[in-house]
Design a protein around this ligand. Sequence first.
Ligand code: UTP
Length: 435
Amino acid sequence: MLADLAQINGAQLPRLARLAAGHDAAHTIPQDLEPSPVFPRAAVSKDIVERGRRLISGGKVAAFTVAGGQGTRLGYDGPKGCFRISPVRGKPLFQLFAESILATRRKFNADVPWYIMTSPANDAATRAFFDANGCFGLPREDVLFFQQGVMPAFDAAGKILLDQPHRVALSPDGHGGSLLALATTGMLADMARRGIVHISYFQVDNPLVYCVDPVFIGLHDARGSDMSSKTLPKADDLERVGNFAMTGGRVVVIEYSDLPEHLARARNPDGSRRFNAANIAIHVLSRAFVERLTADRASFALPWHMANKKVPFVDPDTRRRVEPEKPNAVKLESFVFDALPLAENPVVMETSRDEEFSPVKNATGVDSVESARRDMSHRAARWLSAAGFSIPMKAAEDPDGLFEVSPLVALEAEDLIARRMTVFPIARGESVYLE
Ligand code: UTP
């Protein structure tokens, strides 16, 4: 019990309990909300891309994955990163990222350390997975794990719930917790020692992510940005993604649940969607920015977001553990995008959904295992076609077969084209894996 309590920030507790009990308004939507300007990826100049390449080859860029989430929607028994996602080989998410980072190291002949944030619930299993797989070929000393902070679950009256008579009900404090955790665990100091300038941030659930993208890194650096973000046009007005917007001259992200419907449906004079820039949780953060934010560790906190969840708890009257059937608890989490309004010169770069975003949130349906496998296969088919292969098609944009290109072969279509491979015939319905 004492060890659990020691993990809670006591100074913040009264405010958190008031928040959980609904006595403090958590968020209000600003009245002056405007769409955020976006910079198209295709408009990034050659000089800027070269700048990004030089930063990577100079060893100034680290990869950073937040993997502390509980992945409840997927319902997989283990860290989400261990889930086998790739369409032909069934490679786990972590392996795809590891190979992508390994390919970046080879391409740029540089060290690219990889920081992975876990949580108390999945830290041991995550480390064991990497150990069992020899870090997928990456040097052991360049894969660094650290744990994020935790937050107690509250009941509707703002009281902390117990998970066991002697244990507090704790859960990870959100991906926003990554900034403080980088500081408190010594990872920022490790980055400084290695001469890291920029941190390429991505989530564990997006198998299409371009882990270390020279275009994005070059643009972030050239603009003197503290924190940059990738965006893409929303799939529909009410898509369940955050929206990039501006208020008081600052870039912010408004969650889909907080954006009033009339704004979500608003149109520009030309008929296009007014708030159209989706947050896909891919960022570059300057190390100096994270250092500045977390310099005063005791007072640094991003805003807390509340969610009503089912949390097993010990009934104080009966002292029995109850598995609730409906949400009984308030969980508080902070989100990394709430650091954006604190950033100077933030850049929001627009990229393509087909190329870079297909998150694995659910087992089936939207943003699922199925849709991510399909999108991986479709992207690989497009790359193969660009490299001269003839891809059998069922219909337009629906290739007939399963396709997978190892990140060790190509990080983008241009890599595959540059290989000038001998083209081989592909039969209908075939599974093609390129390594
Ligand atoms: P999600 O918001 O999708 O949450 O996390 P989740 O916990 O993975 O899944 P559900 O909601 O329980 O189904 C987005 C990303 O942020 C990380 C996750 O690991 C994922 O990469 N994350 C989330 C953390 O690292 N820590 C957290 O406390 C929460």
